[in-house]
Design a protein around this ligand. Structure first.
Ligand SMILES: Cc1cc2nc3c(=O)[nH]c(=O)nc-3n(C[C@H](O)[C@H](O)[C@H](O)COP(=O)(O)O)c2cc1C
Length: 230
């Protein structure tokens, strides 16, 4: 190995984790702008830079969250404008999904059979986990699948920039469940599709929901090597 010291980016990647419990402290607009500009440094095919970011705070964020939670509680049908997960999940993927869900609910002390508790926790997605900032992420619906890679890079850059500034954040794919409502609420142009949301703010160190770590596959499960001399 050429260098065993942990690099800055490795430390940042280790430090980042999804934050679902926030302090109410406001996030200055200048910090949000800085984080979004860092996100825009991400590479993209042909430098198309797909993806738009609608940053909300204060009353506009509360109003959106309230409308989405009301829709969920009224049993409104979910829209799926794009497929996130495979329609048929194999056993290995299902096991990962279960493990992620179990770790979350275990940290909160919500029992497996407590469907109301799970539902209430799930609805917090729609309120951006009560974070002081919620970002709605959209893409031009005419973009190709590859552009989702580009957007993913920007989302990663955004999360690392936020982490480096001492903020917590969490991707919220669940927001796309009501992407049509979000678009209507924000008055988005017809060509913009809601991909996900992002919560952003100072992590609440007392929040149990922030107190678990997710596992990762070991290297030999996802990478193969050929032609190396050592
Ligand atoms: C695009 C994206 C969408 C996500 N959507 C949700 C979501 O809707 N609700 C949620 O609680 N977590 C969501 N997450 C967080 C993942 O569950 C989390 O990244 C994963 O379990 C790994 O944990 P870690 O981020 O703490 O390392 C999302 C993450 C990403 C990148």
């Amino acid at each position: 190995m050429s260098e065993t010291r942990e690099t800055g980016i490795e430390a940042l990647l280790r430090l980042r984790g999804s934050t679902r419990g926030y302090l109410p402290d406001a996030v200055p607009r200048a910090d949000v702008e800085r984080i979004l500009q860092a996100a825009r440094r991400a590479p993209s095919g042909a430098n198309l830079q797909p993806g738009r970011f609608h940053a909300l705070s204060g009353a506009p964020l509360k109003a959106l969250g309230a409308e989405l939670i009301a829709a969920s509680q009224a049993g409104r049908e979910i829209v799926s404008e794009y497929s996130y997960f495979p329609p048929q999940m194999g056993e290995a993927l299902k096991a990962k999904q279960r493990a992620a869900g179990y770790a979350l609910y275990a940290a909160l002390g919500i029992a497996k059979r407590d469907l109301a508790g799970r539902r209430a926790q799930f609805d917090l997605n729609y309120a951006f986990f009560d974070a002081p900032v919620g970002i709605v992420v959209t893409i031009d619906r005419a973009m190709g699948k590859g552009c989702f890679m580009d957007l993913g890079m920007a989302l990663m850059a955004l999360q690392l920039a936020a982490t480096d500034l001492g903020y917590g954040c969490c991707g919220i794919g669940a927001l796309a469940n009501y992407g049509d409502l979000v678009a209507e609420h924000l008055g988005l142009p017809i060509d913009e599709m809601v991909v996900c949301g992002l919560a952003l703010g100072r992590a609440d160190p007392q929040a149990a929901v922030n107190g678990f770590e997710t596992a990762r596959d070991p290297l030999d499960a996802f990478a193969q090597f050929q032609g190396f001399e050592d």
